[in-house]
Ligand binder design. Structure first.
Ligand SMILES: [Zn+2]
Length: 249
């Protein structure tokens, strides 16, 4: 376990928590945003442009509400081992195409929502292109254009004194009960860590990729309760704090 004294969070805070929501799914607007706003929790939304176009006015209201909009690329290219029908796979992608893809998403978000994303979420949490000896990490591209990049389904939390902000560990938040999440957050607090939860749908009756409204409600209550000494905020704000702190030490 890391030594929590290596990094000082502000104001006696013991751990940082970021809620991130991927793909601009409609349930995030219908079920997620009202809960977040009621608790004054600011979250990060790694949007797909297709999802934004379907409910553009609502996504503009999300921006107006102080939430962060992040880049999630245009084509959402993942390994060909994922079974959804896609002709684009990371194994056959190039660094050049990935950078074009990311920059096209950036422009698309700027045009639609009037904000310029400063953080990125790797589609499917995967950060490579190519295969075998030609396999390359595209993290350097993410580092060039963003202050932070979030991966997915990692076993660890982020050590704020050490972590590479361009490849932040993302912890799957879907499908967990509040009790399970509370245990994870306690563990992060013992380590003084930053936990970045990745969530897809909210409040839908489906077996996978969903957090229930009750769980989100309890999670927000827990993280906003001052006795728990948790700082819940966007990827951007916490990454900015870490960068500032590192530059002063
Ligand atoms: Zn996604």
């Amino acid at each position: 376990m890391r030594d929590p004294s290596r990094f000082a969070w502000p104001d006696g805070i013991r751990a940082a928590v970021t809620l991130t929501f991927d793909d601009a799914r409609e349930s995030q607007l219908i079920h997620g945003i009202p809960i977040l706003d009621r608790h004054d929790v600011k979250a990060t939304f790694y949007v797909s442009l297709t999802g934004v176009d379907q409910r553009l006015d609502d996504w503009r209201r999300v921006v107006g509400g102080g939430h962060e909009i992040g880049n999630h690329s245009i084509n959402h290219v993942c390994s060909g081992n994922f079974c959804w029908p896609s002709t684009l796979t990371l194994e056959d992608y190039s660094l050049e195409r990935m950078e074009e893809d990311i920059l096209a998403a950036q422009k698309g978000i700027e045009d639609r929502l009037g904000v310029s994303p400063r953080t990125f979420a790797y589609p499917c949490g995967q950060s490579f292109v190519g295969r075998g000896e030609q396999c390359r990490s595209y993290t350097p591209i993410v580092a060039r254009h963003f202050i932070a990049g979030r991966r997915f389904r990692e076993e660890t939390f982020n050590d704020p004194s050490f972590c590479d902000l361009a490849r932040l560990a993302g912890t799957e938040g879907d499908g967990l009960s509040f009790d399970q999440l509370r245990t994870i957050i306690h563990q992060a607090a013992d380590e003084g860590a930053w936990i970045v939860l990745a969530i897809h749908d909210v409040g839908l009756d489906q077996p996978h990729q969903v957090m229930s409204t009750d769980t989100l409600e309890q999670l927000c209550t827990h993280c906003k309760d001052p006795t728990n000494a948790i700082w819940i905020d966007t990827t951007e704000h916490i990454a900015d704090f870490i960068n500032r702190t590192r530059s002063q030490s």
